[in-house]
Design a protein around this ligand. Structure first.
Ligand code: SAM
Ligand code: SF4
Length: 343
């Protein structure tokens, strides 16, 4: 039986329909961001534990048959996955064709941006927290800012549009740089989105009191810019704003720019969540902050049919938790870091 021959939608107890799948291709990374990974000592998944490309594509096909319409490749760092370009091409060949996007740190993007577009990549998000080299080296523990900036330019030159930039603001580090980052993004025509720091870091440095909130970010930006709320784009987590004025009006403000804030902690959007996550070792997570996972690798390797895999997935989705519960007394940070879940 093929995945498309059974018609089930992935709906949970709260009526949310899952249509967006994030696949972590690897837990490895070329950077070591302080809010994500430890400085050293995180064990990588063994090769035998990681899904092969064939297994990823097989599962993706099952998910598409269950109504998933968009697939984002992430990690760890997806660009360190040696067969990323053919993987994109294989996913682009699925029918109905899912929308394909990539979240990357951009470090080696100059080498593959054009090939990724040719293979069928539709959208890209590059993570960048600072434009200052020393600060970048502190935040990521690697001196790679020039490579990332070159990667972003290469992606734009390859025609990736809109090109989104993800920024996590960390107090005592890059917080004051938020307006400068926005100015840079507006001038270049990139869409900047600030992401609230979430309790998914290996070093467990996150605290509710210490994190930079969406409210604080917006207050900081409105000192320099006028922001007009646009709301959320469908189920997308970012609250979007048109930027219609700024300190250098005339140089970039021929058309409104755009900025987004992803307030996962302080303004959770769990009620509208349409996401699922597949880890590099084949575990299905219905929430970033879930404490439990559903093993898809074992049934896959045991020869389960598409319908059997679909039933396992549908059962997991049905049991999706109502919300992440950060800030509640029972909240416990997941054992996996963001890099091992797939952001
Ligand atoms: N390595 C790629 C990258 O950095 O874009 C993809 C994986 S990374 C886990 C995906 C996104 O998660 C990045 O934009 C990163 O900034 C964000 N991220 C990582 N740890 C986070 C945390 N603790 N809180 C909020 N965002 C985080
Ligand atoms: Fe790597 Fe991305 Fe985590 Fe930074 S945020 S350590 S680039 S996985």
């Amino acid at each position: 039986m093929t995945a498309t021959s059974f018609a089930t939608v992935l709906v949970d107890r709260f009526g949310r329909v899952a249509t967006d799948l994030r696949i972590s291709l690897t837990d490895r990374c070329s950077l070591r961001c302080t809010y994500c990974m430890p400085a050293e000592g995180l064990d990588w998944l063994a090769k035998t534990d990681r899904l092969s490309d064939d297994e990823v594509v097989r599962l993706a096909e099952v998910f598409v048959g269950l109504g998933v319409t968009s697939i984002r490749l992430t990690g760890g760092e997806p660009l360190v996955h040696p067969t990323l370009v053919p993987m994109v091409a294989r996913l682009a060949a699925l029918r109905p064709r899912p929308e394909l996007s990539l979240t990357t740190n951009g470090v080696s993007l100059t080498r593959s941006a054009g090939d990724l577009v040719d293979a069928g990549l539709d959208r890209i998000n590059v993570s960048l927290d600072t434009l200052e080299r020393e600060r970048f080296a502190q935040l990521t523990r690697r001196d790679r800012l020039p490579d990332v900036l070159a990667g972003i330019a290469a992606a734009a030159a390859a025609g990736m549009s809109p090109l989104k930039i993800n920024t996590v603001l960390v107090r005592d580090s890059n917080l004051a740089e938020a307006p400068a980052l926005l100015d840079w993004a507006l001038r270049a025509g990139y869409q900047l989105r600030f992401i609230e720091h979430m309790p998914l870091d290996a070093d467990h440095t996150w605290s509710r009191d210490g994190m930079v909130t969406a409210e604080e970010i917006l207050e900081l930006l409105t000192i320099s810019y006028q922001l007009v709320p646009r709301g959320h784009d469908g189920h997308a987590p970012a609250e979007e704003f048109d930027v219609i004025d700024g300190p250098n009006r005339g140089s970039w403000a021929t058309a409104p720019g755009r900025v987004g804030v992803i307030a996962s902690v302080t303004r959770p959007f769990c009620r509208d969540c349409d996401r699922l996550r597949l880890t590099a070792d084949g575990q299905l997570r219905t929430c970033l902050f879930a404490r439990d996972e559903t093993d898809l690798r074992a049934p896959l390797r045991d020869g389960a049919s598409d319908a059997e895999l679909g039933a396992v997935i549908a059962t997991a989705v049905a049991g999706k938790q109502a919300g992440h519960g950060i800030g509640t007394p029972t909240f416990v940070q997941p054992d996996r870091t963001m890099s091992a879940i797939g952001g």
